[in-house]
Ligand binder design. Structure first.
Ligand code: UD1
Length: 403
């Protein structure tokens, strides 16, 4: 059973800033990024408390607009407070984030969207700054359907005066989840899930209770675990429609896939067949599952070409797989892989959340004992990762207290 999506809950926690009062989110994952986000909200003057699978956030009438705080630098998603702070306080200072080593992640589309709505923005002293007297609606066309820019623009537009039409918007299920919560709060939004979203601003929003959408990336990760280890894994807690293309790719690789209303089962009986991939915005193949796809290709029969179209440095972990004997050649944003029957153990280092999971699965396909280092990356996105693997019968042990 997977929990709520990391890439949704962090934005929903940020959306809570838009309404004075107490917002409660259910189905939250037990991951370090949620704990970082609690610190960010506390730094802005809110009270936030995690209790089991829920987080309760109490937002005062006056919140701080200054998010130049250490907790913000810890992870990329904290930039999603920019839109809400600009909307609520008319002034925002947000420390430029760190996060995964998967490529440069500029904020130009976030900034130009807010500027179209009347804000003045700049990068100054390691922070992004936005100032505005009053946000107004605007026609905004994104150069690329950026998830983060779509979210920040939406969270500013809901309290802006007039109509905002956002074209070439991102269509990810996490954006739809955010829109559902904003609508419950009283926002007037149409078109979520399509590439044009229309928002009519309202003067005030109300706090709500909301259940976070299931994590399709975590679910997809377990699907790849089954395919790599010739296993049989059933995953619940997500809408399989959100993984349509991913599950189709696994069928092409030779897996039997059954879908249910809230989950799926992947059975891989023989060695997987090589499949080509290219990452694209939703509903294309998710870049976040690209490391898992690559890991599977390294042990599949035949040759695969994987093309990464979203983040330029996301092949960094391929070198680690090569240390395990994988036959992989990087050429720009393509990687060509000739599958091997088995990998060989080696010490390896994870560079981001998903690469970390891919390396652990590669270790399960290698002889001997593979040591994966820097596993704090995995803690950022996968609740109970080692426990779940052990329940599935893998021999995996956590040997450092990185948590
Ligand atoms: C989110 C997800 C991440 C996922 C990604 C793409 C979260 C916390 N993270 O990241 O897991 O891999 O979507 O599905 O939800 N870009 C610009 N200018 C901008 C904004 C983005 O050039 O103003 C570029 C980025 O550098 C990147 C591409 O657009 O190359 C996609 O970025 P974006 O969709 O914004 O990803 P994130 O929101 O950062």
């Amino acid at each position: 059973m997977v929990d709520g999506a990391k890439n949704s809950v962090l934005k929903l926690m940020s959306a809570a800033l838009l309404a004075e009062g107490t917002t409660v989110l259910h189905n939250i994952p037990d991951i370090s990024d949620v704990r970082y986000m609690v610190k960010v909200l506390e730094g802005l003057g809110c009270e936030a408390q995690i209790d089991g699978g829920s987080v309760t956030i109490t937002v005062p009438a006056e919140i701080s607009w200054n998010a130049d705080i250490d907790s913000v630098r810890q992870f990329r998603a904290s930039v999603c407070v920019l839109g809400p702070l600009t909307a609520r306080c008319h002034h925002a200072v947000v420390a430029l984030p760190g996060g995964d080593a998967i490529g440069s992640r500029p904020l130009d589309m976030h900034q130009s969207g807010l500027e179209k709505m009347g804000a003045v923005t700049r990068i100054e002293h390691g922070c992004v700054v936005a100032e505005v007297e009053a946000l107004h609606g605007a026609e905004i066309s994104l150069d690329f359907p950026s998830v983060g820019a779509t979210e920040n623009i939406l969270m500013a537009a809901v309290l802006a005066e007039g109509e905002t039409v956002l074209d070439n918007a991102a269509r990810e299920p996490e954006i739809v989840d955010l829109c559902h919560m904003l609508k419950q709060m009283g926002a007037r939004i149409e078109g979520e899930g399509s590439n044009t979203i229309t928002v009519n601003g309202v003067p005030k929003l109300n706090p709500v209770e909301h259940r976070v959408v299931g994590d399709r990336i975590v679910a997809g990760t377990w699907a790849y675990a089954a395919a790599m280890t010739r296993g049989d894994i059933t995953v619940g807690g997500i809408d399989p429609v959100h993984l349509h293309l991913v599950l189709e790719k696994l069928k092409l690789a030779g897996a039997t896939v059954e879908t249910y209303p809230t989950g799926f089962r992947v059975i891989q009986e023989r060695r997987a067949t090589a499949v080509d991939y290219q990452t694209l915005p939703f509903p294309g193949f998710p870049t976040d599952l690209q490391p898992l796809a690559i890991a599977l290709c390294t042990v599949s029969e035949g040759m695969s070409v994987i093309t990464e179209n979203i983040f330029e440095s996301r092949f960094r972990f391929v070198d680690e797989l090569t240390r395990m004997g994988a036959d992989a050649t990087i050429d720009g944003h393509h990687v060509v892989i000739r599958g091997r029957e088995q990998l060989s153990y080696a010490p390896v280092w994870s560079s981001d959340i998903r690469a970390g999971a891919g390396l652990v699965f590669a270790g399960l396909c290698a002889d001997g004992v593979t040591q994966v280092n820097d596993v704090h990356h995995i803690d950022r996105g996968y609740p109970g990762f080692v426990e779940n693997l052990c329940r599935l019968g893998a021999q995996v042990e956590r040997v450092s207290g990185d948590e």
